[in-house]
Design a protein around this ligand. Structure first.
Ligand code: DAH
Length: 351
């Protein structure tokens, strides 16, 4: 092996051991730099005779070429290793399951109210909404429930120590029944001119779902709950119509004919006669148990008067039901409080 071969070998070995590009460049300088060993060899040519110089020059150039090739090979290898390390560090595991976006869904009570609205809309009922902070007059007095009357304690009302701009006491409405008054008065006002001109007033047919509040909390009562009021007033609307409409509603709502209905005599200040509406399924887990689903009755003449209508010519019925209770029956939920705790494990079942 001549001196040039060992030089090339030494360079190869040093390059191969350079662990980083920076150290490789230092090694390169030791061979190919200005004071490098190849450069030193070149300088020795000057002292040689011309014919020897030519042969020696060619050999040195060949060795230089071999060293440069080794350098480039090592550079490429280091760059490839670096790239591979980077790829490994940033590797994506494409076999991981994806993170799906969870879909939301309507709350069971919202679904129930939408269902109630759709069914009554199909029977020609309008849908109305009204304030949850209500005046004492709307919540009670207009509904034939005078101040200091014991029937006021039928509802454990949240009274608010606050009056509205006109000095009327306010409360959190304990039922949606004030919507009867609000809607009927607006309806009467809307048609007043036509009626004064001799036209007949169109019938009032409305449901009014919404939040209601009472001082009450256990497995079947929540301080905030929902009601849906119904009102149908015309010139000749009877208790029979109430039965037909309500039974049709129950059939649609529960998608079955397999139930019995009873109208159980009761008392409400705003209706006379009054009835609780009970249903009993003939089959299924609740078979044979009477379940109270609504209060109802023929609207009291004093209330019709507060609608701004003449009870001699306007008659009809009202009912108030609990969408929460209907949702519990429809979905088999046994504790009302579950519905308002916001627990996703419960709610996700209704997506
Ligand atoms: N407002 C009554 C309650 O909360 C329910 C009710 C009963 C509504 C009879 C009515 C009705 O419209 O006619 O207990």
């Amino acid at each position: 092996m001549n001196d040039l071969d060992s030089l090339v070998d030494a360079a190869r070995a040093e390059f191969a051991q350079a662990p980083t590009p920076a150290e490789l460049e230092n090694a390169k300088a030791r061979y190919l730099g200005k004071a490098g060993r190849v450069t030193d060899l070149m300088k020795t040519l000057a002292a040689l005779a011309p014919d020897l110089r030519k042969a020696r020059g060619a050999e040195i150039n060949a060795a230089k070429g071999a060293i440069e090739a080794a350098l480039q090979a090592r550079r490429d290898a280091l760059a490839a290793a670096e790239l591979e390390a980077q790829l490994r560090a940033e590797a994506l595991d494409v076999t991981l399951p994806g993170r799906g976006r969870a879909t939301g869904g309507l709350h069971p009570v919202s679904r129930t109210i939408e269902r109630i609205e759709a069914i009554f809309a199909s029977m020609g009922f309008d849908v109305a909404e009204g304030p949850e902070i209500e005046t004492d007059w709307m919540s009670f007095t207009a509904l034939n429930n005078p101040e200091n009357h014991p029937a006021r304690s039928m509802q454990d009302t949240f009274y608010v120590d606050l009056k509205d701009a006109e000095g009327r006491w306010l409360n959190l409405r304990p039922h949606t029944s004030p919507m009867q008054v609000r809607y009927a008065r607006a309806h009467a006002a809307r048609h007043a001119d036509a009626v004064a001109g001799g036209a007949r007033m169109p019938e009032i047919r409305v449901i009014a779902p919404g939040r209601t509040y009472r001082v009450d909390s256990d497995a079947t009562h929540s301080p905030m709950f929902h009601q849906c009021e119904g009102l149908w007033i015309g010139e000749n609307v009877s208790f029979k119509d109430l039965k037909v409409v309500f039974i049709a509603f129950v059939r649609e709502f529960f998608e079955t004919d397999d139930f019995d209905v009873r109208f159980r005599p009761s008392f409400f200040p705003f209706t006379e006669p009054s009835a609780e509406i009970d249903i009993a399924f003939r089959s299924g887990p609740l078979a044979g148990r009477w379940l109270e689903v609504a209060g109802s009755g023929q609207v009291h003449p004093a209330v019709v008067r507060n609608f701004g209508l003449d009870p001699e010519t306007h008659i009809g019925f009202a009912f108030g039901m609990g969408p929460d209770r209907l949702a519990m029956l429809r979905y088999g939920i046994d504790d009302l409080r579950l519905m308002f705790e916001g627990d996703l494990r419960f709610l996700a079942q209704f997506r």
